[in-house]
Design a protein around this ligand. Sequence first.
Ligand SMILES: NC(=O)c1ccc[n+]([C@@H]2O[C@H](COP(=O)([O-])OP(=O)(O)OC[C@H]3O[C@@H](n4cnc5c(N)ncnc54)[C@H](O)[C@@H]3O)[C@@H](O)[C@H]2O)c1
Length: 247
Amino acid sequence: MKSFEGDVAIVTGGANGIGKATAELLFELGAKVVAFDREQPAGKSGVENVTIDLGNLPSLEGAVSDVIKKYGRIDVLVNVAGVSMPNTILELENGKYFTTLDVNLHAPVFLMKHVGKIMVAQRYGRIVNLTSIHGKLSEPSSTAYDISKAGLEAATRTVALELAENGVLVNAVAPGFVATRMSIVDGQDELESEWFKNIYIKNKRLPIARPAQPIEIAQGIAWLASKSNTYMTGQTVTIDGGLSARF
Ligand SMILES: NC(=O)c1ccc[n+]([C@@H]2O[C@H](COP(=O)([O-])OP(=O)(O)OC[C@H]3O[C@@H](n4cnc5c(N)ncnc54)[C@H](O)[C@@H]3O)[C@@H](O)[C@H]2O)c1
């Protein structure tokens, strides 16, 4: 069923991983999809790719107005693009800290501002922000990442309150472990490491004993971004294979 027929969607981070799976799924379901990313995706699809550095916050308004000039409306905004730059608090580097907050938190917030104005005028819109289990749970060397995800969950709630009366619903999706290049740290895929296999698989810390594939996160995003979602707003939906359900 083409449940997104007639919809125009912006998906950030559409060149790789969860963003690519989401952009392609929304396209398959009938949306015109514009992906914002600093990279180009591998392979061909019907998704239109716009090259942009989302950390360049002043450029976001122009990128949104280009979509409006071309397609006349924006029904869906999915903020997926993100970076992870591990750094301990005692060695915190300004560059890593501010880049993480600009890409993971400030770009989604300003995109919600620019796209939100259009959605309010249309009296229809669906916004989905990608956070993480790091929005509520922490690990060492993740100060900037944890702040960015907790902040985006807070922004999701606040913007949901402000826009609900105009037919604009705003939610977040918080994944756990997902098999994308983000799990590769210093050249090593942490999902293939003995550490991951021992703690999360053998010791059953992860009830569904495998990482998610990007499409499994995209399916959750798609429902929240669809016309079928008529009453859920201001929420964070955790899709983590049961990881955070265990005490
Ligand atoms: N992979 C996981 O285990 C996992 C878990 C929880 C949450 N997440 C979140 O999911 C989202 C997607 O992550 P992923 O795993 O698909 O990672 P990924 O690295 O495969 O994809 C991230 C995308 O964001 C783009 N991007 C990064 N910085 C950008 C910038 N400045 N301008 C434009 N584009 C930029 C990258 O080019 C890339 O295409 C992120 O927000 C991440 O924090 C991922």
